[in-house]
Design a protein around this ligand. Structure first.
Ligand SMILES: [Zn+2]
Length: 126
């Protein structure tokens, strides 16, 4: 029988729902972290203590953390879009399915291991 039953279709979409919920939860967690980071930054900039230089130094570290969180949020948003258009788990470079093990560790990966490694080599060279 070629046609899927309703049960089969529902069952096959259920893991995606769990995944979507997981991605959204992770995104929310990162947004909250980002808010805390931004609150810390504001406090630093508003401060007029003698330790301003030291605090500015700290704020650069905080800034880097904020950028990291922003980058992750962007990746998760992209993964959610791929989930919607059926491209989730497909390498954006070579269009091959991304290894299941990799998706487990890195649920918003958009490149297979081979392409990611290739990217790293290119970046390392530059
Ligand atoms: Zn690939």
């Amino acid at each position: 029988m070629a046609l899927k039953t309703v049960e089969e279709v529902t069952m096959s979409s259920a893991p995606n729902d769990a995944l979507r919920a997981e991605l959204i939860a992770k995104k929310r967690e990162l947004s909250e972290r980002l808010e805390r980071i931004n609150a810390n930054l504001r406090r630093t900039y508003n401060s007029d203590s003698k330790e301003m230089a030291k605090e500015l130094e700290d704020s650069e570290v905080v800034d880097a953390l904020g950028n990291e969180a922003l980058e992750e949020i962007a990746k998760i948003s992209a993964a959610l879009i791929r989930l919607d258009n059926g491209r989730y788990g497909i390498c954006s470079v070579c269009a091959e399915p991304i290894e299941a093990d990799r998706m487990k560790v890195y649920p918003y990966a958009d490149e297979c291991i081979d392409c990611a490694r290739y990217d790293e080599r290119v970046r390392a060279r530059n």
